[in-house]
Design a protein around this ligand. Structure first.
Ligand SMILES: [Zn+2]
Ligand SMILES: [Zn+2]
Length: 370
């Protein structure tokens, strides 16, 4: 069946880059952009990007944390200024993406090509009128309903006229309109689109190969922390995408910071042993692929030992936090020693596991005793 073009989306997505390039290019040529307008544009790009990642994505699509109504309202307004549709439509599409990833009903399935996943899917009309039956929780939210009803005027006023109005304060309304308005919207668009295209195309798959999602720190840097996409598809209800402290994930940092002042709560984290289990399973799967005849008994025993040591360490860590809150100092000292022991055991078995994998792949040796 031939798909009908969605002219409104097509015109906006093709003309907005032209307007941005011509407008910003002319202003730069005549040296007309005020330095404050650049700061405004970058701040708005960052904030509105977070409106999508922390708001539309992690809060509304996945319910990975709860937020007070002022936070929800601000995130909904920030989401609207990116011109990426209302939260209701965005989240409905995104939930279908997770439910049917890489299959036909996935709206931005990478299996239909890179171009389709990046932008092509938005240029055509949908086969059916969206019924939003996969977002009943959002339909029940008055703030989401309000944003859905007034999405277009909200997007135009807050996304284009508001930056122009702010920059008018220092006499650069044109810069505000073209740079902090149009150019920022174009940048927001293609950075978010990259999550659907590049993050299903390039990068590593440390947690699962069940779908095409991939992890890439470079993309995470560009997409407000969303580049750890293989982790996200494996554990979609985790409020983080980058789980290590050094992983670039401003969305996670913002959600955490808001929890310190009571504006967000119930931040959902995947239990660490589950994450380790997935990683080890993937490492074993890859080894079996490279060396199909490798004896499994020893390998599985080391893997189990590694997982058990880690569970022990995590349980002790939790207990330690509890005794710390209760200020039981003697028990804390005991637990600290036990925790160190469990951590050492885990690191030793993890190292042994890695050595076995390395040796097995290079064919240097069979698994050795620990
Ligand atoms: Zn995805
Ligand atoms: Zn998601």
């Amino acid at each position: 069946m031939k798909k009908k073009i969605n002219w409104m989306n097509t015109l906006f997505l093709t003309l907005s880059p032209v307007v941005a390039i011509v407008g910003v290019g002319s202003l730069i040529w005549f040296n007309e952009i005020h330095w404050a307008t650049w700061i405004l544009a970058f701040s708005l790009a960052m904030l509105s990007g977070l409106g999508i990642t922390a708001g539309y994505h992690r809060l509304l699509s996945h319910k990975s944390y709860e937020a007070a109504w002022p936070v929800r309202l601000v995130l909904l307004l920030l989401g609207a200024i990116t011109f990426q549709n209302s939260a209701l439509k965005w989240c409905s599409d995104h939930r279908r993406h997770h439910q049917f990833v890489d299959k036909d009903p996935d709206p931005y399935s990478i299996t239909k090509g890179f171009w389709h996943a990046h932008i092509g899917w938005i240029l055509y009309k949908e086969d059916e009128v969206p019924n939003y039956e996969n977002v009943p929780d959002l339909l029940a939210d008055p703030l989401v309903r309000f944003q859905h009803r007034f999405y277009l005027p909200l997007a135009v006023v807050t996304g284009l006229f508001l930056p122009a109005g702010i920059a008018f304060l220092w006499g650069d309304w044109l810069g505000g309109f073209f740079l902090a308005g149009f150019a920022r919207v174009v940048m927001n668009h293609h950075l978010t689109f990259s999550i659907n295209s590049f993050c299903h195309f390039i990068g590593r798959q440390p947690y699962s190969e069940k779908d095409s999602s991939r992890d890439s720190w470079i993309l995470s840097f560009l997409t407000y922390g969303e580049g750890y996409h293989n982790f996200h598809h494996s554990f979609p209800t985790d409020f983080r995408n980058g789980i290590r402290s050094w992983h670039w994930d401003p969305s996670k940092w913002m959600i955490t910071a808001l929890s310190w002042i009571g504006q967000t709560k119930n931040l959902r984290r995947t239990p660490e042993p589950r994450i380790l289990k997935s990683r080890l399973e993937m490492e074993l799967l890859r080894l079996k692929r490279k060396s199909p005849n490798i004896p499994m008994e020893r390998l599985l025993a080391v893997r189990t030992k590694c997982e058990e040591a880690y569970i022990r360490f995590c349980v002790m860590k939790q207990e330690y936090q509890k005794t710390k809150q209760e200020k039981l100092y003697v028990k804390m000292a005991e637990l600290r020693t036990e925790m160190k022991k469990a951590k050492r055991e885990f690191l030793q078995t993890r190292e042994l596991w890695r050595n076995i994998l390395k040796d097995s792949v290079s064919g240097l040796a069979q698994p050795q005793a620990e």
